[in-house]
Design a protein around this ligand. Structure first.
Ligand code: SF4
Length: 393
């Protein structure tokens, strides 16, 4: 299951208006897609501290944060708003979230930029905007859109969920919250796919509108995280903090040969998760050479199997292999009687679990989100649902 976004692909038939990128700095161009943000603390009259992620950038007037897309303009924090770089109705299995409404669609949007600079990023074309000259060219694909249009589109497509994903959602949290508020009014679930480099403050805001997250736990050493441009500790705190705030969490580790594939590192991750809760699903997924890391091989299946077995050994109940065809290791089994409950083979998913998440054989309750809340069924709702595709979003 690969969250990679295919550059320049948008949903067919969705014309939400494109602007032509003029010949000038890509960041200046993106500055025209911003709005005043509120995830900051005032340091003095004109100096701000951004609290959207754990970098906590000090922003003097005229400066940008590490992510490059948030900046201080004359004492005001300006943040990305009103566009998407990518937009797809994905199966939820692609995020990956295996314990949230299996087989249902999730309207998934990305913007541009990141607070990390992972050399093996599989979505570098949209994450490294402003840092990488080639990546910056992809900014010309962005499309203007409003939160209302996004939610209406999700309704038209029958998506049960809406997700901020593909690039790092934390750096555009004000935009996501504006969309998620509307989505939740309609009864949809909301999702983040994030590197987890958050602050407790941003989690406090997100808990009001966020139902589920897949958090990357990329390594278990501070030095490894330094190479990626972040810190390990805030990521661990985010996983714990999301659970404390009632957000459903699944964790992904992209297993990269010679980066995080030692027994010590994999066992460290698995033990950390098992101590928090043996019910956290852990996805161990295969790396393929990309961006600046083209000298390492694809992750062999034997290495993924090692990670899977470590997860099981330390007591995690739900460990899944990803980005390989391995149905036996992508399936959800009842931890009590061993019955296969959700059988997956790439995106071919057969659901045997009962409504409410119970094993049909022994009645064991499987943790996750299993009940649909959408679509709502009032006359007004139905009127919105009947908007014909040709009338625009
Ligand atoms: S989102 Fe993170 S990287 Fe960007 S300005 Fe805020 S604290 Fe800095």
């Amino acid at each position: 299951m690969d969250e990679r976004v295919y550059k320049g692909y948008f949903l067919i038939g969705v014309d939400i208006g494109a602007d032509i990128m003029p010949v000038r700095s890509v960041l200046e161009w993106l500055d025209t897609f911003t709005k005043e943000g509120w995830l900051y603390e005032k340091v003095d009259d004109k100096t701000l501290r951004c609290i959207a992620c754990a970098h906590r950038c000090l922003l003097k007037p005229g400066t940008r944060g590490v992510c490059l897309v948030r900046r201080n303009q004359d004492g005001k924090l300006m943040v990305p708003w009103g566009y998407v770089s990518s937009l797809h109705n994905d199966p939820i299995e692609k995020k990956p979230l295996f314990h949230v409404l299996p087989t249902e669609g999730v309207l998934s949007f990305g913007m541009l930029g990141c607070n990390f600079r992972c050399p093996f990023c599989q979505n570098w074309e949209i994450s490294q905007t402003g840092r990488d000259e080639v990546a910056s060219q992809y900014a010309s694909y962005i499309k203007r859109v409003t939160p209302e249009e996004m939610v209406k589109l999700a309704e038209r497509l029958g998506s049960q969920m809406i997700a901020s994903t593909y690039n790092e959602p934390l750096i555009t949290t004000e935009w996501a919250i504006d969309i998620f508020r509307l989505a939740k009014e309609r009864g949809m679930l909301t999702v983040y796919v994030t590197n987890g480099h958050a602050t407790p403050e941003v989690l406090d805001h997100l808990k009001e509108v966020l139902d589920a997250a897949n958090v990357d736990l990329k390594a278990f050493k501070e030095e490894s995280y330094r190479w990626l441009g972040g810190k390990l500790k805030p990521v661990l705190q985010t996983i714990e903090g999301m659970l404390e705030r009632g957000i459903w969490v699944e964790v992904t580790t992209l297993v990269v040969p010679e980066f995080n594939d030692s027994d010590e590192e994999l066992r460290g991750i698995a033990n950390f998760l098992a101590k928090l809760s043996r019910d956290i699903p852990w996805h161990v997924t295969a790396f393929h050479p990309d961006y600046k890391v083209t000298d390492k091989p694809r992750t062999p299946s034997s290495l993924l199997l090692k990670a899977y077995e470590i997860g099981k050994e330390v007591g995690l109940r739900y460990v899944y292999m990803g980005n390989v065809l391995a149905p036996e290791y992508e399936t959800t089994y009842c931890p009590s009687c061993g019955t296969p409950l959700i059988v997956r083979s790439w995106y071919d998913t057969q659901v045997h679990i009962r409504e409410g998440g119970k094993c049909p054989k022994c009645g064991e309750k499987i943790p996750g989100i299993w009940r649909r809340r959408y679509p709502p069924r009032t006359e007004d709702d139905l009127a919105v649902l009947k908007v014909p595709p040709s009338s625009g979003v």
